[in-house]
Design a protein around this ligand. Structure first.
Ligand SMILES: [Zn+2]
Length: 86
C-alpha cells in the first residue's frame, strides 16, 4: 500500500458512538486513517488495544469473519474474561 500525502480528520471517539467535534479530532495521514478503520472500524483506542492483545497470541488462526465478530463483541463490551484469556 502506498502512502498518500493528503491528510484527514479522525474522531478519536467515533461520532457514531457519541464523539463530538470539540477536543476529539486528530489529523492523520489519509492512508494511516484508512488503515485504522480497516483494522479497527469504529473501535476506540482502548478497544483497539484489547483487540490486538486478543488476536496476537501464539497458535491461533484468525479469519476475517472471526476478527469482525470479536471486534463487534469488544464494541458491545461483550467480551468475557474466559474468551479474553483463552
Ligand atoms: Zn476516522
Amino acid at each position: 500500500m502506498k502512502w498518500k500525502v493528503t491528510q484527514s480528520k479522525h474522531h478519536i471517539k467515533p461520532q457514531s458512538r457519541g464523539g463530538r467535534e470539540i477536543d476529539n479530532i486528530v489529523v492523520l495521514p489519509h492512508s494511516f486513517h484508512k488503515a485504522w478503520h480497516l483494522l479497527f472500524d469504529t473501535l476506540t483506542v482502548e478497544e483497539a488495544h484489547l483487540l490486538i492483545d486478543m488476536i496476537m497470541r501464539p497458535n491461533r488462526t484468525w479469519t476475517i469473519s472471526l476478527i469482525k465478530k470479536l471486534r463487534k463483541k469488544i464494541e458491545k463490551k461483550d467480551v468475557n474474561k474466559q474468551y479474553e484469556r483463552g
